[in-house]
Design a protein around this ligand. Structure first.
Ligand code: SF4
Length: 425
């Protein structure tokens, strides 16, 4: 999401005549698209702005910050940065820069009070970083209020982008030869629920994207859906279009019902199990990725063990495992963070081992099979690198003719737990 935000910010800045420099010390304008998921990234923001402000003694420089900003950091950032704006305000950035130092009224309000300027934000066309892969935001914000997460406070409530804008952006990406498109949102499968009278639901949006991309050489992904809203019509639509990639990222977060309830996830392990059964039934070739938090407040050894067993049961191909840390502003931050860091680490390593084992069985079974791979670049040894439709990283033994952006047929010759390698056939 930050990559996508920065692509829009870049367009606005370049439209004012600014040019990119590789030399930070020479820039007239420096900014950060912040992420509040972990404290470490926020600490880096403070470090950076301290450095930039020290340069201001010698030369003129404008600094800005945007992205996911916790209410607790907002006031402190306003003291340190010249400009602070929410991503919905990006179209107003030229005015802010012209009036440098004067933050807009909207910037200092809590995010939920930001006025409805969403359409201006969506209309800014991004300056894509790549000419192979693109991220297309379909919504911003979240209404779910999971107790460990600050997104509803940093990005505000859920707002869906008009579907005709989304389909138009996807169509233009196809025309420009992009090979991988990811529809982005905090909660993609509740798309349209905030505009029920004038907008389609997520499955219909996917259907329109499927029609717009049909017959083209492209894989369309989406991230992240919420298990609660994962309906069969979404899965059936993916099955209907070869361009809709058979890969699902479905955050489970925990395998224990009491922890799930305290996380306010609004599903049980059994509900999650039913969704996975439907995925495996309707999309048998799909890879399944997930997110998991270990060491959430009060998580007992038995509760952690249920998560580990769930990992075995669902045999994820990839899991992004995080050690819990309270986010200021999220409801869970009022609870005692009572699992010691060493114990969180132990659970993290334990779960990583299980992931390596279950994912490794899946990749080992792929040896000898053939599959198309999207080439995205080269690795350090000069081999081509890319990924499969299921988004597994693939290393391809040198094939001088294929270039990034090409789809190559690969015979899988070896496997690691989380990646595969093969020869171009
Ligand atoms: S973790 Fe929960 S609150 Fe945070 S963005 Fe996802 S669904 Fe929304």
């Amino acid at each position: 999401m930050n990559i996508s935000d920065s692509e829009r910010i870049r367009t606005v800045i370049e439209s004012m005549g600014y040019e990119e420099t590789e030399i930070e010390e020479e820039a007239d304008l420096l900014g950060i698209v912040a992420c509040s998921v972990r404290q470490k990234s926020i600490d880096r923001v403070y470090h950076r702005i301290h450095l930039w402000n020290s340069w201001k003694r010698e030369r003129s420089l404008i600094t800005f910050v945007s992205g996911c900003i916790l209410p607790a950091d907002r006031e402190k950032f306003l003291d340190r940065f010249d400009l602070l704006f929410s991503i919905q305000e990006v179209a107003q950035l030229p005015d802010m820069i012209r009036q440098y130092g004067v933050a807009t009224a909207a910037s200092v309000q809590a995010t939920r009070d930001v006025p409805d300027i969403r359409d201006e934000f969506w209309k800014v066309s991004p300056s894509y970083r790549s000419n192979i892969e693109a991220y297309v935001p379909i919504q911003n914000g979240c209404d779910k209020f999971c107790t460990f997460c600050a997104v509803p406070y940093t990005r505000g409530r859920e707002v869906s982008r008009p579907s005709e804008h989304i389909v138009a952006e996807v169509t233009s990406l196809i025309e420009r030869g992009f090979r991988s498109i990811t529809l982005l949102g905090q909660n993609v499968n509740s798309y349209g629920l905030d505009r029920q009278s004038d907008e389609v639901r997520f499955s219909e949006l996917l259907d329109r994207v499927g029609r717009a991309t049909a017959g083209h050489n492209v894989w369309v992904y989406f991230t992240s859906p919420h298990p609660r809203d994962m309906t069969d019509d979404v899965l059936e639509t993916i099955a209907a279009y070869p361009t809709l990639a058979k890969q699902i990222h479905l955050p489970i977060q925990s395998g224990d019902d009491e922890i799930l309830a305290r996380m306010n996830r609004a599903y049980t392990l059994n509900d999650y199990r039913r969704v996975v059964e439907n995925i495996r039934g309707i999309l048998p070739t799909a890879t399944l990725f997930t997110d998991i938090i270990v060491g959430f407040t009060g998580e007992t050894e038995e509760q952690f063990e249920r998560t580990r067993i769930a990992m075995e049961e669902f045999a994820f191909s990839m899991a992004y495992i995080a050690m819990y840390s309270p986010r200021p502003g999220a409801a869970g931050s009022r609870w005692d963070d009572d699992i010691p860091p060493d114990e969180k680490k132990r659970r993290y390593h334990e779960l990583s081992k299980t992931l390596i084992s279950v994912a490794g069985e899946r990749t080992a079974a792929m040896v000898g099979t053939h599959l198309p791979v999207l080439v995205t670049g080269h690795d350090r040894k000069g081999h081509l690198s890319g990924y499969s439709e299921g988004r597994l990283p693939v290393r391809i033994e040198a094939n001088g003719t294929a270039a990034p952006g090409a789809f190559v047929d690969v015979t899988v010759t070896s496997a690691r737990p989380l990646s595969i390698a093969g020869k171009a056939s």
